[in-house]
Design a binder for this molecule. Sequence first.
Ligand code: CMP
Length: 138
Amino acid sequence: MSQRTFSIIKPDAVRKGYTAAILAEIEKAGFKIIAIKKLSISKSQAEGFYYVHKERPFFDSLTSFMSSGPIFPLVLEKENAIADLRKLMGATNPANAEEGTIRKKFAGSIEENAIHGSDAEDTAKFEIGYFFAGYELA
Ligand code: CMP
């Protein structure tokens, strides 16, 4: 059954001019782009998105980074989208990411790691709703 997931092309990748190359990898892997937008978020909007990490030592730095420049939030659809996108992204730390993954190719560090992808159905639902209204997902 087809499934939706949520992704963000992060500020580091947008700054380096990797947006189109990352979208090409995503489409080549069989994902349909259901929705996409470009925007910049405030620090408090980044804090709301990453609230599950609020006790982590990297929370302040992560939310400053995520509000440091434009991002591309995406809604993607395919069979097994959540797990398949995580496989395509590679490990959080690009130093541990497998050859051929998006983070291996485009990420610079464990924080500035080019792309986000939802880790489960309930987080995908929350994250899609954080950035997109229902009418944008038809
Ligand atoms: P993401 O998949 O968006 O989920 C949480 C983000 O926090 C992660 O990607 C990284 O950008 C960042 N992150 C995770 N672990 C660390 C860490 N140990 N140090 C700094 N940033 C991290």
